[in-house]
Design a protein around this ligand. Sequence first.
Ligand code: NAD
Length: 250
Amino acid sequence: MSDSPAALAALLAEAEHAVVLTGAGISTESGIPDFRSAGGLWETYDPMKVASMGTFMDDPALFWRFHRPRIDMLGAVDPNPAHQAVAELERRGIVKTVITQNIDRLHSRAGSQEVVEVHGSLDRGYCLRCEHTVSMDELCARADAAEDGVPRCDCGFQMKSGVVLFGEQLPMEAIEAAYDAAERADVMLVIGSSLQVTPVSQLPGVVLARGGRLAILTESETDYDHRCTVRIHHKAGPTMQAVLAALKAA
Ligand code: NAD
């Protein structure tokens, strides 16, 4: 098993259909805390509670007190060198699809075109009752105008963003697209995911079962570490820039 950016560059250069799978760790260098690292969100909040469908339904004011500042925080950050490197690999025809668990839209903002967002994203607001859809700006304006901070639809029901909550069904179309991409991948590169959240945690197994190879660039341990061709435990941004430099040099 290799652990160098040069080895990762060589693996990607050989790939005919590389797929990147990302988690919260790719965005920490943009200033967004992940869930499980020291200083991550689990230490301050219980996301299973505040970001759950149960809280959204039973106590929308509590839900929106957590969610509203996060929308502003996520709007104020920028893609980092790791997102930019992934977009560059797609422009070069090496990476075919990016599957992300993140809801921050930083891959698209960095220029990635083929992005599958398996946990939804901050792309819109909508009403669960009548399905009326509004822009994120409109959703925030409705939240800010409400006394209790809860954006409401014209039909009177509380509205939510496109982010998938705990206890909510994952978007079937995105899950199917993610499995489809994994089934076609001869190389999967995982960046910044603890690979503990299903069903995404099963995708590296799909690639390996079909004879594909796996690279993981994530600081902490994962259950797939012993099955990797390349395993790097460093920061995503500098490592991915070193990978690009190695590809240019080759
Ligand atoms: P996770 O928090 O379980 O794991 C993140 C992993 O990234 C950890 O293993 C950590 O060691 C590693 N990491 C942190 N910073 C890194 C860096 N700079 N370079 C390399 N590795 C780094 O995240 P997960 O696997 O994505 O699962 C958590 C869930 O939380 C996901 O569903 C995700 O949608 C959601 N989430 C999303 C965001 C976001 O959109 N940015 C932020 C927090 C949580």
